[in-house]
Design a protein around this ligand. Structure first.
Ligand code: GTP
Ligand code: MG
Length: 370
């Protein structure tokens, strides 16, 4: 994975491990000299100490073939902002996501929505916003290491009764490393023991200072349970999005990121993907890691079938040969033959890697101790 031992990080910068540990403490992380820290945290520490970190991006040359040609500025059009909900376990990320969705779903939609999905779009004041549930911090780092930046804005959810917790701090560090603006949603304000002011005070220690306290961070007090202040949160998101001026080129082959995927009994591999550039169409040949296939059908977040999906649109995709891992990049490949060749080479490489991982497990000791 993308991580480094504290000691090696210090060695790479030719400074004492103590200094690194001190910096980590400033970021709210208590670490020992032999502790592994994730790439995002390491980046923040190194940047603070005046160093640059290059996370090794392993993009094979075959991938380069299907990847990016730069988009000319005049091909770029405005796209909806993509918002990720992050925060400590149980602070209400999924509840907030569900609450926003439910209070924005148009009543006439057939059947309504019951099942959980990891990504969807809402419309507020005529503008679309794409929401993505936190993919888990590990997946988030993995995405970044692959050069995938799925989110434009991070919503940091902090439960008002629980306050700042270890994964709150991790989330802050991840968002900072990805250089995305943070909006704080202080959740569960309906609870009797809610202390939103305490959350505000705690977060000042991490340089998230509320506007009314002279800072620049937007805080919105919400209750996912009571659906309180959700419109205000959407308002703030659009305000931040306006500054970002997010753009993409809808007139090219699609690429994006797999948000989540599973094997459905009836439908086979089903992947929720976020299109980040280009337009994905039914019939396109797509690859994601060693998974590939022709897009057989696509559904938007309401379950409605769609023929195409443009930038910032999350869709469910049917047609993959196998379940692609969450966080994997996907590409629509115009040249199907080339796509299959890339997959073939990737599969060989993966098999070699799998062998490497399993080989050392059988040692002489193991054999003799049986
Ligand atoms: P993980 O995905 O496990 O990290 O949790 P999460 O952050 O997605 O939290 P989740 O939405 O699952 O909510 C955790 C618990 O908090 C659930 O029991 C929710 O019902 C409760 N909860 C979420 N939001 C609120 C709220 O605004 N008020 C109250 N009182 N409870 C809430
Ligand atoms: Mg959740």
């Amino acid at each position: 994975g993308e991580s480094i031992i504290v000691k090696s990080l210090a060695e790479k910068m030719s400074i004492s491990a103590g200094e690194v540990i001190k910096k980590l403490m400033e970021l709210g992380i208590l670490a020992t000299i032999n502790q592994e820290i994730d790439a995002d945290t390491a980046t923040l520490v190194a940047n603070d100490l005046g160093f640059q970190v290059d996370i090794k991006i392993e993009v094979d040359k075959e991938t380069m073939l299907v990847q990016e040609q730069e988009d000319a500025p005049d091909t770029l059009l405005a796209r909806p902002c993509v918002v990720t909900i992050m925060g400590h376990v149980d602070h209400g990320k999924t509840s907030l996501l569900d609450a926003i969705r439910k209070s924005n779903v148009i009543a006439t939609e057939a059947g309504g929505i019951t099942q959980h999905i990891g990504a969807y779009q809402v419309e507020h004041k005529g503008k679309k916003i794409t929401f993505v549930d936190t993919p888990g911090h590990e997946a988030f780092t993995a995405m970044r290491a692959r050069g995938a930046k799925i989110t434009d804005i991070a919503i940091l959810v902090v439960a008002a009764d629980d306050g700042v917790m270890p994964q709150t701090i991790e989330a802050i560090n991840h968002a900072r490393a990805a250089e995305v603006p943070i909006i704080v949603a202080v959740n569960k304000i309906d609870k009797e023991d809610a202390q939103p002011e305490k959350v505000k005070r705690q977060l000042t220690e991490y340089n998230l200072v509320a506007e009314e306290w002279g800072g620049e961070t937007i805080f919105v007090e919400v209750s996912a349970r009571e659906k309180q202040n959700l419109n205000e949160l959407l308002e703030m998101i659009l305000l931040v999005a306006e500054i970002g001026e997010y753009k993409a080129n809808p007139n090219r082959a699609a690429r994006g990121t797999v948000i989540e995927a599973e094997l459905d009994k009836g439908r086979g591999p089903v992947a929720t993907v976020l299109v980040q550039n280009g337009t994905l169409k039914v019939g396109d040949f797509i690859i994601a890691g060693v998974a590939y296939g022709k897009v057989r059908a696509m559904m938007d977040h309401t379950g409605r079938r769609v023929k195409k999906a443009g930038p910032s649109m999350p869709v469910e995709v049917l047609g993959f040969s196998e379940v692609p891992p969450a966080g994997e990049l996907f590409y629509a490949v115009e040249d199907e033959k080339l796509g299959k060749q890339v997959i073939g080479e990737r599969q060989v490489k993966k098999r070699e890697e799998d062998l490497k991982v399993t080989a050392p497990k059988v040692s002489l000791d193991d054999l003799f101790n049986q």
